[in-house]
Design a protein around this ligand. Structure first.
Ligand SMILES: [Zn+2]
Ligand SMILES: [Zn+2]
Length: 286
């Protein structure tokens, strides 16, 4: 399996970092986890187009994680020549957001259907909502109590804690004996510890609480209570016994040259390998 950090940014804009989004390649399939700003530009740089996506997985519906949902839906639609539904898997509420996005795209959809003889149908999406205790009912793909199993790739979810944003979920993607967990935005919680137990890699969003605490604007300091710090994400990785911790969604933006500072904060809590860096960082997992 291979992880590519497509976007390592956050709402605190850094011109060199796209919005939160991670690509997980497994068994010849490509799973896009969240779709922040600029995601398809970064995916193209990684050699993956919207037409190649197996599914879009959404950890939660915070705008920074779904900014480019309309781009993913539209580009998928106009670059596939045989209608290929895009599975979108997210927490309850995802369906309404996707429907509202399609409603906002209604003029564009009508223009393209009117203009292209070979486009006769609107974009095709299949939304599957998950939360604790639910499994992906993909209508056609194999279903099991512990998750879904399709072409050797299994995906399971567990709730996370990003309150008052809820529901929020983390994903575990497994293939060929390897496993990658994507935590999304969350404070430490036992359900994430459980989902991540023994995984080869944990991709976790982080903020530098030591730096955010010093920022003058209360609106920025508001984020302290519903995100994990670097140290907390590292402690989660240690409790779960994962092999590699991959940090992303840096708040404030990671300044090139300061990677070791961030890595040292993680190393205080976690003995394993720590990966962080710029957009398009690749981490192989096996
Ligand atoms: Zn969030
Ligand atoms: Zn976020």
């Amino acid at each position: 399996m291979e992880i590519t950090l497509l976007g390592t940014g956050s709402p605190m804009i850094d011109p060199n970092r796209a919005g939160p989004s991670t690509l997980v390649a497994a068994g010849g399939q490509a799973f896009l986890v969240d779709c922040g700003r600029g995601v398809l530009m970064r995916a193209a740089a990684a050699g993956v187009g919207a037409a190649n996506l197996t599914a879009l997985l959404l950890t939660h519906l915070h705008s920074d994680h779904i900014t480019d949902l309309s781009d993913v839906i539209t580009t998928r639609w106009v670059t596939t020549f045989v209608p290929t539904p895009l599975p979108i898997i997210g927490p309850p509420g995802t369906k309404a957001v996707v429907e509202a996005t399609l409603a906002a795209l209604a003029p564009d959809i009508s223009y393209r259907i009117a203009h292209h003889a070979d486009i006769t149908e609107p974009p095709s999406v299949q939304v599957h909502e998950f939360s604790e205790g639910q499994v992906w009912d993909s209508g056609g793909q194999e279903r099991s109590d512990s998750g879904i199993n399709t072409d050797g790739v299994r995906i399971t979810v567990a709730p996370t804690d990003h309150r008052p944003v809820e529901p929020t979920i983390a994903f575990r993607i497994e293939h060929g004996g390897a496993s990658v967990v994507l935590a999304g935005d969350t404070v430490p919680c036992s359900s994430l510890d459980e989902l991540a137990r023994g995984a080869n890699a944990l991709v976790h969003t982080v903020i530098r609480k030591d730096l955010v605490e010093q920022m003058p604007a209360q609106r920025i300091r508001d984020i302290l209570d519903y995100h994990s710090s670097v140290e907390q994400a590292a402690a989660t990785a240690a409790r779960a016994g994962v092999g590699t911790l991959v940090l992303t969604h840096y708040v404030p933006p990671l300044v090139p040259g300061q990677e070791d500072q961030w890595r040292a904060l993680a190393a205080g809590e976690f003995d394993g390998r720590v990966e962080l860096g710029n957009d398009l960082l690749r981490v192989s997992v096996d």
